[in-house]
Each structure stands twice: as structure tokens, then as C-alpha cells.
Design a protein around this ligand. Structure first.
Ligand code: ZN
Length: 137
């Protein structure tokens, strides 16, 4: 029965909406790409002290700290032995050179702990770590 078929204009509407969704998806993707490169710029602008990390004084302090404490301190709390590759400032220095070069303000971390736990802490979230006995540390 040809009368039961949808009228041709309906198919047109349907196709147009599919195209809209597709176009919307592409635009959304482009938006996210533009947005993420935008926040990289903001990140750099927010950290004008980044150049301090290239200074000899920092590099030797960093090396000395890793020599003295070669293991990740977060992992050690979980009784996991993991070599540290990053020297982290316990208290954010925000460009304050006294805090930046304060050996007492440093901790050795592995990349995984630095990129996960530490970042969560800095964004104000509580990180619950569990010891080998299953209890939170
Ligand atoms: Zn670690």
C-alpha cells in the first residue's frame, strides 16, 4: 500500500536532522580542540615561575634530593617501593623563591603519584590511600 509510506518531505527532514547531528558533532569536536589549546595557554600564563625549573640552583637541589630520597614518598606510605623521578614542592611555592629552594619543602614522587594524587590534592580533593592492611592511611 503506497499510501502508508511516509511522504517524501519527511525523509528530507529526517536526513537534514542526521546531517545536523553530524555537523554538531564535528563542531563539538572542534570546540573541544580549540578549548584545550586555549587552556594550555592559560596554564602557562598561570605559572610565570616555570623558568625557575630551568635554573642550575634548582637542578642541583633536585638532583641532591633524589640522591637522598630516591623512592616515591606517596608509594612508600602504601609500602610500595617505586623509584621517584619528580621532586615536588609540598607547599605550592607560586613563584616564591624562598619556598621554591627550601629543601624542607620538597618530596620525591613517582610520575604516577605526582600526576594523579598530587593534582587531586591541589584541586582541593581528598585523596584516600590504602595501606597494605587495607585500612586508609
Ligand atoms: Zn608513587
Amino acid at each position: 500500500m503506497p499510501d502508508e509510506n511516509p511522504p517524501p518531505f519527511r525523509e528530507g527532514v529526517h536526513w537534514a536532522s542526521v546531517q545536523d547531528v553530524f555537523a554538531g558533532g564535528v563542531n563539538d569536536h572542534q570546540f573541544h580542540r580549540a578549548n584545550s589549546s586555549g587552556s594550555r595557554v592559560t596554564y602557562r600564563e598561570k605559572r610565570p615561575w616555570q623558568h625557575l625549573y630551568g635554573r642550575k640552583r634548582w637542578l642541583s637541589l633536585r638532583d641532591r634530593h633524589l640522591d637522598e630520597r630516591p623512592l616515591c614518598e606517596y608509594c612508600l606510605r602504601r609500602e610500595v617501593v617505586e623509584p621517584a623521578t619528580i621532586v615536588d614542592h609540598i607547599k605550592p611555592h607560586k613563584g616564591d623563591e624562598e619556598l621554591f629552594y627550601d629543601a624542607g619543602n620538597l618530596q620525591s614522587l613517582c610520575k604516577r603519584c605526582h600526576d594523579s594524587d598530587k593534582r587531586l590534592e591541589e584541586s582541593g580533593k581528598t585523596v584516600i590511600a590504602f595501606g597494605p592492611d587495607g585500612w586508609p592511611i
